[in-house]
Design a protein around this ligand. Structure first.
Ligand code: BGC
Length: 727
């Protein structure tokens, strides 16, 4: 779990917080990932590749290797310094009466995506003798599912510089990893160097003599390049170029640039809470990992459900990004939000293929997406209890994702004027998905309306259901949005809109047809009351206490559990309540309250996405105590390993929705005609909260206390203008 929590990254490169030295003191997953570097697993499903470990380090202290399990550790501090983006470990280790103090420090540079730095300081406390120190790039790594790389060669480039070249199997991506080391002691002791380039590793070994209390310091700057990168030369040359020459960074200069970049990020994204320190830390932890997971320049990648912190879900991208994480970027870093949406646009070819193969028109986005946009959701997964294969239907039936992506793009446009995006990327996505839904619906003559049979809604406990309210609602909105986008292009006089209109071959009749379908796709509302049925037939299912069937508690084999769940009113995560989070102004308080009372006690929260949504809806209902309860569930999802699977990677969607539970929930931020509105409902234990959000070229700085709300606005980039104007 700690290795996931201590992941460092910059959206290009992500490295888990595994120990630097050979570790025999407990389970560990050494993980190094580059966004977009996938290779097919045994079933042909693309998986984020675990690449050679660039932080591998080993020490031999006066003849005995440092293995924590073999000696006595009297002090051990692991510190994730979120302010500066640095991971540190320091320890005092005694073996055969020799006591040594060691400090490891490392970072993945936020300012320069290919670069990372590492410093190790060693001090013998009560012995004098030989220190043997090794810096390695270790190619002997593999994914949990198997190995996806082959080492091409390890090579010495110059004194203190070695490189390891690998390539991915099946996807043939070339990867170059290189480092330049700088060993030194304050007393300028002679340090001998030996190079090892055998056995799939590139290694530099240093030896020096040390006296008690004398320190030795080993720095290295590392670079990673792949053939996916937009470079004008080979991976090898790009790698070498980044570490040689007069302008090549040292450990200290790189660290300075890195910490300056973090300072800028925190100035933009920090949320300050005057309340329990744990809450403050948990919110910053979420913000820290969201920033670290998003590429700062590459629009051909998005953020997987686990970011770059682990191998669960194989690095695939879900609706987690557009619905749960994207709002954080919309309000703190609009350019990053746009890039995340561009990724979806780039995967449209895969979405069109998926629609065509299933017999539909337009584009049906992948439930699980990787590099091409083709569906990558496995058809079978092993039952965690019996090992038996269990069929997964999400890739075929969890189709609401197509509308969720349009929602995310529209959400971005509601807060940022971006005409080229609106008439290009957005229009194409909205129109192609509208075409999909128009071909997806079926006419139900007995009800005199359109239906969408055979889907999975957000609640994955109920598979192959008809007329999921969430899906129908989102599909209807998607059809209307597509119609509006198509009309705008048809009416547009600019060359730009004419070009997109022609490219998309919009027929004059299409917008009317889509709107008619949307009008006929009324979500089923039981009776005349405010209660909304999750999907057709849900209210007729058995009433079962949710604890009996929760994945976290139940010991029943998966197939059997799924059969029982299918017949029960027990749900995995917010489903109908999702609508209230996404469309707070479209439902009455009576509707929200009735459905909250109905669905909350039936939810197991087996998905990490659920708690944050409940927090937001509870805030809306002014149930601040419940909102705080769910906020904490979401905020501590990984810090307290609430679902027991943090070791497989972080829950980035929970982090995104934790941020939303503060901003959309406790602050009740809403879009208004000329700006943003806030109606804070702070938890009892919070005295004040301060943050900044971006909206239409303006930065709003908000200070909220139970008895005061102060919002000042200033123009983006030209900070200072209009400062002090209160709303
Ligand atoms: C949830 C989905 C989610 C996925 C990835 C599943 O357990 O039910 O809603 O998209 O995990 O986080």
């Amino acid at each position: 779990m700690w290795e996931s929590l201590c992941t460092l990254g910059n959206g290009y490169l992500g490295i888990r917080g595994h120990p630097e030295e050979s570790w025999d003191a407990g389970p560990s997953l050494v993980g190094t990932y580059v966004a977009g570097v996938y290779a097919p697993d045994d079933h042909g499903i693309p998986e984020l590749v675990n690449l050679p470990n660039i932080f591998a380090t080993n020490l031999v202290l006066n003849g005995s290797p440092m293995r924590l399990a073999n000696g006595n550790v009297t002090e051990y501090v692991r510190q994730l310094d979120m302010r500066h983006g640095v991971l540190r470990r320091s320890l005092v280790f005694t073996h055969h009466g020799h006591t040594t103090w060691v400090r490891f420090e490392r970072f993945v540079c936020l300012d320069a995506p290919h670069l990372a730095g590492q410093r190790v300081v060693v001090v013998p406390l009560n012995w004098s003798g030989e220190l043997e120190f090794t810096f390695t790039i270790d190619g002997a790594v593999s994914n949990r599912s198997g190995r996806h790389i082959r080492v091409i060669e390890a090579r010495q480039i110059a004194s203190h510089i070695v490189m390891l070249l690998t390539h991915t199997l099946g996807s043939e991506i070339r990867v170059g990893q290189i480092f330049r080391a700088q060993p030194w002691t304050p007393r300028k002791r002679p340090i001998s160097e030996r190079v090892e380039t055998d056995n799939g590793r590139a290694e530099l070994r240093y030896r020096c003599h040390l006296e008690p209390d004398e320190c030795a310091c080993f720095d290295r700057v590392l670079a990673t390049y792949t053939s996916r990168d937009p470079i004008d030369t080979s991976v090898e040359r790009a790698s070498v170029r980044s570490l040689r020459g007069p302008r090549a960074p040292t450990y200290a200069t790189l660290l300075a640039a890195h910490t300056a970049a973090w300072r800028r990020e925190w100035r933009r994204c920090d949320i300050e809470i005057d309340g329990p320190e744990q809450d403050q830390r948990a919110v910053r932890f979420a913000v820290f990992h969201l920033i670290q997971s998003c590429s700062r320049q590459d629009a051909s990648v998005s953020i997987g459900a686990k970011g770059l912190s682990g191998e669960a879900y194989r690095g695939h991208v879900f609706w987690d990004t557009e619905i749960f994480m994207l709002p954080f970027f919309i309000f703190t870093n609009p350019a990053a939000a746009r890039r995340l949406l561009e990724y979806r646009h780039r995967t449209l070819a895969g979405a069109r293929r998926k629609a065509r193969e299933a017999g539909y028109r337009g584009a049906m986005f992948a439930w699980e997406s990787a590099d091409t946009g083709d569906e990558t959701c496995p058809r079978f997964v092993p039952d965690p209890r019996t090992g038996e294969p269990v069929r997964v239907l999400c890739g075929d039936l969890e189709q609401h994702i197509s509308a969720d992506i349009v929602y995310g793009a529209d959400h971005y446009l509601r807060h940022h004027a971006d005409r080229t995006f609106k008439q290009g990327i957005f229009a194409e996505i909205a129109i192609e998905t509208a075409r999909f839904w128009a071909s997806r619906v079926t006419w139900n003559p007995s009800a005199n309306r359109y239906s969408i049979p055979h889907v999975i809604g957000p609640d994955e406990f109920h598979e192959d259901v008809g007329d999921s309210t969430f899906t129908n609602y989102m599909a209807a909105w998607n059809l209307r949005t597509g119609a509006a986008a198509a009309r705008e292009l048809l009416a547009g006089r600019s060359g730009h809109s004419r070009m997109w209109g022609q490219w998309l071959r919009i027929k004059e009749s299409e917008p009317d047809q889509w709107e008619a379908i949307a009008d006929g796709l009324t979500p089923p509302v039981a009776g005349n009351g405010p209660l909304i049925e999750q999907h057709k037939g849900f209210f007729a299912l058995q009433q079962v206490p949710p604890e009996q069937l929760s994945a976290r508690i139940s010991r029943t084999p998966e197939k059997q559990r799924m059969r029982r769940l299918q017949a029960a009113q027990v749900i995995k995560q917010a489903d109908v309540l999702m609508l209230f989070m996404l469309w707070p102004q479209a439902f009455s308080r009576a509707q929200k309250l009735a459905n909250w009372r109905y669905y909350e006690p039936r939810t197991t929260h087996d998905s990490s996405l659920s708690a944050g949504v409940h927090s937001i809806v509870a805030s809306d209902l002014a149930h601040t105590g419940r909102a705080y309860h769910y906020f904490r569930f979401s905020a501590f999802m990984d810090l307290e390993d609430r679902l027991g699977n943090t070791c497989d990677g972080l829950h980035l969607a929970a982090m995104g929705v934790t941020w939303q539970s503060v901003v959309r929930g406790f602050l009740q931020m809403r879009a208004a005609e000329n700006g943003l509105m806030f109606h804070p409902r702070l938890p009892k234990s919070w005295k004040e909260i301060r943050l900044a959000v971006r909206h239409r070229r303006m930065v709003y700085r908000v200070v909220a206390r139970p008895d005061l709300l102060k919002v000042t606005e200033e123009q983006m980039r030209r900070a200072g203008l209009n400062k002090g104007k209160a709303r």
